[in-house]
Design a protein around this ligand. Sequence first.
Ligand SMILES: [Zn+2]
Length: 90
Amino acid sequence: MGALYTSAAFWEYAKAQVAYADILLAKHSELALSLCRCGRLHPCDDRQHWLRMRAHFGRFLVEQRYSSEVQQPHPPNPTRSDPSRPDDLA
Ligand SMILES: [Zn+2]
C-alpha cells in the first residue's frame, strides 16, 4: 500500500537489484574474445538479461539521485576567454 515507485523501499529494492546484477555481470564478463566466463558465447543470455535488469533498475537510482542531491561536478559556465569583454560591473 503506497506509491511503489517513489517509496524508499523501492529505491532500496532497485539498489539491491543493481548490486546483484553487478555480481552476475562480473561472473558473465568476457573471458576471451567472444567467450564468456561461463563458457558460452559472449555476451551470453545471462549477461544480456542482467544488463537489461541493471539498466532498468539503474534508471530509478539515477533519477532519485538527481532529484535528491543536486550537485554538479562541473560548473555550468566554461572559462570565458574574451579579451574585449566590457567591465560593466562597477
Ligand atoms: Zn555467461
